[in-house]
Design a protein around this ligand. Structure first.
Ligand SMILES: CC/C=C\C/C=C\CCCC/C=C/C(=O)SCCNC(=O)CCNC(=O)[C@H](O)C(C)(C)COP(=O)(O)OP(=O)(O)OC[C@H]1O[C@@H](n2cnc3c(N)ncnc32)[C@H](O)[C@@H]1OP(=O)(O)O
Length: 290
């Protein structure tokens, strides 16, 4: 009786609609999921070249993997990247720049869902940040309970750098990790922390010299819960995170409306266009194209 009551409570707290997403047309899977048969820990690798930018398919694939991990009784989830330079480049700017309105609505709903799924994941979560993690990439990392980062990378909510303001719930994810005054300064500056700076302010918990070491440190974190009852642990985590989550769940439509108005404003579209063009130009000059 008590167990079913507890399970119902978890279901109530878990607002993400379980979805079986259609695999994308591309041949390679957008996420790679491996469960270590000794430790029972699942490693979820983002695998969307060139920079794991978050489009609808990748975010659906992440949600599907989290649902699978929660269902197969994995002892924990380590989020990392199959790319050794970039953890996640944040939202795919193609989804935000001159967007199709119907697709933008779906995109934003899935963006909300992927944060809810990771932020409320019932198993212990850790991010092995083996590459740059700006904006939405930083959000995925802060949705996890623990962060281990490799040197010479950057992480942060840099939205003001490309003319945007992060939504309230994205800011709350930052505030769950950083002290308010620091979070405010970093958000308004659009600051990208270096690995050393991120460790110094507590945005990441440890630094690792290699991806293997980062994965091992994440596993050690997950093992720290070995004496805790999994159900009690999951409920405790959700109870603590519920106030932030409810701020989004209580007004998802309002958040979508605000996002559509904001993203579609000509001023912001111009700023985003210039930012995206500069990125492409940088990439072309790197590749030796004029
Ligand atoms: C009330 C307010 C409500 C709503 C507000 C609305 C929106 C706010 C949303 C807030 C939440 C999140 C926002 C985001 O995540 S927006 C995305 C922000 N991301 C970035 O700023 C990162 C940009 N990229 C980089 O800095 C570098 O690419 C990176 C990641 C450091 C990697 O560098 P490098 O390895 O050198 O690779 P290149 O720069 O050469 O890039 C290779 C290739 O990828 C393309 N690319 C890079 N980033 C993105 C991206 N985010 N989306 C799409 N494409 C990207 C780049 O253009 C190159 O492509 P090319 O074809 O030219 O080779």
């Amino acid at each position: 009786m008590l167990r079913s009551k507890i399970l119902n409570r978890i279901r109530l707290l878990k607002p993400v609609i379980d979805r079986r997403c259609m695999s994308s047309a591309s041949k390679t899977p957008l996420t790679l999921l491996e469960v270590d048969d000794k430790s029972g820990i699942a490693t979820l690798s983002l695998n969307r070249p060139p920079v794991n930018s978050l489009n609808i398919d990748l975010m659906n694939s992440i949600i599907e993997s989290i649902t699978e991990i929660e269902g197969n009784k994995s002892r924990g989830l380590i989020l990392t990247s199959a790319n050794d330079r970039v953890f996640c480049a944040g939202l795919d700017l193609n989804e935000l720049h001159k967007p199709n309105q119907e697709r933008l609505k779906e995109f934003w709903a899935v963006f909300q869902d992927v944060w809810l799924a990771l932020h409320l994941c019932s198993v212990p979560t850790a991010a092995a940040i083996n590459g740059h993690a700006p904006a939405g990439g930083c959000l995925l990392a802060t949705a996890c309970e623990y962060r281990v980062m490799l040197p010479q990378m950057t992480i942060g909510l840099n939205e003001t750098q490309f003319g945007y303001m992060a939504p309230k719930w994205v800011m709350l994810s930052y505030l769950s990790v950083l002290p308010r005054r620091l979070a405010e300064r970093a958000l308004t500056q659009g600051k990208l922390f270096t690995t050393a700076e991120a460790l110094d302010v507590g945005l990441v918990d440890e630094i690792a010299a290699s991806k293997e070491e980062a994965l091992a440190k994440c596993s050690t974190f997950i093992d720290s819960f070995s004496k805790a009852n999994p159900l009690a642990r999951s409920l405790t985590k959700k109870q603590i995170r519920e106030p932030d989550v409810q701020k989004l769940i209580a007004d998802r439509a309002g958040d979508l409306k605000e996002c559509l108005e904001y993203i579609n404003s000509p001023l912001l579209q111009d700023g985003l266009g210039a930012y995206f063009e500069a990125l492409k130009q940088k990439s072309r000059s790197k590749a030796g194209k004029s």
